[in-house]
Write a protein that binds this ligand. Structure first.
Ligand code: THU
Length: 148
């Protein structure tokens, strides 16, 4: 597959994951897709709570799924897509990009540092996506290496 179709496949996986979100309180459905260096894609979606502040973000959910699969290294790319559901039940992407929240940047940094990678993060919006290295989104990050 070409780099472009690889990236599109990752964004499509994030979009599909967003449709599994449980987001009755915010109405903002988010999907995250992690690609590992063997090509495997792991996804997650946000899971909200009646105690609103306890919402679990899509990226954190994806990190937990990755761990369940024994994947703690090799995170190379992340795609995040989100928005409300339209009348057709499909995701209506927002004009603003879905950049990862601060907590999720830290959660993703754990996998990144464990595997010595600096993943590219694609933040989707209605007209495309923004692209950043995780180290740009979370400079001077504190991670496992900082405990030694
Ligand atoms: N959300 C995510 O899942 N990921 C982010 O990076 C930003 C926010 C979720 C949390 C909450 O369920 C909803 O989006 C609105 O903030």
């Amino acid at each position: 597959m070409s780099e472009v179709s690889d990236r599109q496949a990752l964004l499509d996986a994030a979009r599909a994951a967003a449709l599994t979100a449980y987001a009755p309180y915010s109405g903002f459905h988010v999907g995250a897709a992690f690609r590992f260096d063997d090509g495997t894609i792991v996804t997650g979606s946000n899971f909200e709570n009646a105690s609103y502040g306890l919402a679990i973000c899509a990226e954190t959910a994806a990190a937990i799924v990755a761990n369940l699969q024994g994947r703690r290294t090799g995170l190379v790319e992340v795609a995040i897509i989100g928005g409300p559901l339209g009348a057709d039940g499909q995701l209506a992407l927002t004009a603003a990009p879905v950049t990862p929240c601060g907590r999720c940047r830290q959660v993703m940094n754990e996998l990144a540092q464990l595997g010595g990678t600096d993943p590219i993060v694609y933040s989707g919006h209605a007209d495309g996506y923004l692209e950043h290295r995780l180290s740009v989104l979370l400079p001077a990050a504190f991670g496992p290496a900082n405990l030694s």
